[in-house]
Design a protein around this ligand. Sequence first.
Ligand code: F6R
Length: 245
Amino acid sequence: MTPPHPPAARHLVRDSADQVAATAADLILEVLDGVSALGLATGSSPLGAYDEIVRRVRSGEVRLPVAQRGYLLDEYLGLAAGDPNSYASVIRREVADALRLDVRGPDGQAADPHAEAERYGREVVEASVAVQVLGIGRNGHLGFNEPGSDLDSRTRVVRLAETTRRDNARFFGSPTDVPTHAITQGLATIMRARRLVVIALGARKADAVAAALRGPVDPACPASIVQRHPDAYVVTDREAAGAVR
Ligand code: F6R
């Protein structure tokens, strides 16, 4: 008997950032039932999808609540929860307040960050996230699981790659203000979400998208783990799809 094909992440290519946002919003809303847990990534890639969901709520196309709680994918260490650059602040500002989501995340100022990572990891697993929204780093990171991360990794304290700190410097006054460490959901934690929706835009993500979709499932490209998820979507524009063969 031929073994069944392993599940493969579905790659959806769209002509514009607006269409990427609309498709991602469809995929996210499809599995939310008002009481579910929604996993939220920070960064620029999901902003269009978040705006589109908020737009549909405001226009009455979608009714609140879309979900009960929002769970952060990651959080910088060392920033106060009220710091405008903390991921809790960004997520509240960009999406969670408008959707009236109760936001849960790791405490970036916890006295014992390792214990806090463990606590938050347990909370996420118990919440049973219905859909996790994700971006992808230029280096293939998923959450703040940088290259070399164990595919079985749990929620933990990580050191940020220098490329990641440089990429994220645009949100801070100076590159040296970008924190060096974060708490991130681990790859195994992310994989427990019932659906994954990865969003990537622009040519600078093309190599990472190709490695994630077509490369070996390997810690060198943490995002390649999506190939093992039974209900994963990678939604990109043509530019980000440019290296996928
Ligand atoms: C954000 C996160 C990161 C970003 C990635 C892409 O919570 O964990 O993995 O998704 O760095 O960032 P953008 O979307 O800004 O290119």
